[in-house]
Ligand binder design. Structure first.
Ligand code: GSH
Length: 212
C-alpha cells in the first residue's frame, strides 16, 4: 500500500487546508505532520528552513524531496495524480486559475488573515491582548477583499467559473475562517453570494472534516 502523502505544517493553517482539500478531491491518502524523515522538526528551526527557505508551511514531503509553496504543491498533485481536475486545460482558463490563486493567496490572505485573523490567534497587545485598534483599522481591508470575491462570484458558482478549481482551494479556508469570526461575520453576510459560496462548500465531502 502506498505511503500516505506527507503534508508538513499545522492543520489549522489555511494553506495546509488547501492542500488537504486537494488530496481529498483526488482521493489521496494523506497525513498532516510535523516530522521530516521520521524526526520531529519544530516550526521556524533550521530543520524547517531546510525544507522552506522562509520557514512557511505547507511543505509537501515527497520521495524526490520537499516541495514548498501551496501553488507548486497543487500543481504537483495535479500532474502526478489523477482524480478531480484542479486546473482546466484551456490556456486562458488556466491563466485565470493562476491569477485567482495569486489574488486569493496574496491579497485576500493579506487583508483577511495577516491583518486581522492572526491578531486573534497570536495577539500582540499588552499582556497578550488583542490590539482592537489594529483590528478596527483593518476592517476596510476585509470589506475590500470580500467585495473583490463577491464581484468575482457574481456570475459564477466558483471563483473561476462553473467548476471548482485550485483557486477555490486557496480561497475557501480564508473565507471559512472570516465567516466564523465574531469580528467580521456580519461583513460576510453583507455579501449573500459569498455566504452562499462558503455554505455550499462546507457541506461537501472534500471539505466538511477539514473546515469543521
Ligand atoms: N506563499 C506561501 C504562504 C504560506 C504561509 O504564509 N503560510 C503560513 C500559514 S497559513 C505560515 O507559514 N505562517 C508561519 C509564518 O509565517 O511563520 C504559500 O502559498 O504556501
Amino acid at each position: 500500500m502506498a505511503k500516505p502523502i506527507q503534508i508538513y505544517g499545522p492543520s489549522f493553517s489555511t494553506f495546509v487546508r488547501s492542500v488537504m482539500m486537494a488530496c481529498e478531491l483526488k482521493g489521496l491518502a494523506y497525513e498532516v505532520t510535523t516530522q521530516v524523515d521520521g524526526e520531529a522538526v519544530d516550526f521556524h528551526t533550521p530543520g524547517h528552513k531546510a525544507i522552506h527557505p522562509y520557514t512557511k508551511f505547507p511543505v509537501l514531503l515527497t520521495e524526490q524531496g520537499p516541495i514548498p509553496e501551496t501553488v507548486a504543491i497543487l500543481h504537483y498533485l495535479e500532474n502526478e495524480y489523477g482524480g478531480t481536475q484542479l486546473y482546466p486545460s484551456d490556456p486562458y482558463a488556466q491563466a485565470q486559475v493562476e491569477a485567482w490563486s495569486g489574488i486569493s493567496g496574496i491579497y485576500v490572505d493579506h487583508e483577511i488573515v495577516r491583518e486581522v485573523l492572526l491578531e486573534f490567534i497570536f495577539p500582540k497587545g499588552e499582556n497578550g491582548s488583542v490590539r482592537m485598534d489594529k483590528v478596527e483599522a483593518a476592517i476596510p481591508g476585509i470589506q475590500n477583499a470580500l467585495s473583490v470575491v463577491a464581484d468575482q462570484l457574481a456570475d459564477n458558482p466558483y471563483i473561476c467559473g462553473n467548476e471548482l478549481t485550485a483557486a477555490d482551494l486557496i480561497l475557501i479556508p480564508i473565507i471559512d475562517y472570516i465567516e466564523k469570526s465574531e469580528v467580521a461575520k456580519a461583513k460576510v453576510a453583507e455579501h449573500p453570494n459569498v455566504l452562499a459560496y462558503i455554505e455550499k462548500i462546507r457541506v461537501q465531502d472534500f471539505a466538511k472534516h477539514i473546515l469543521s
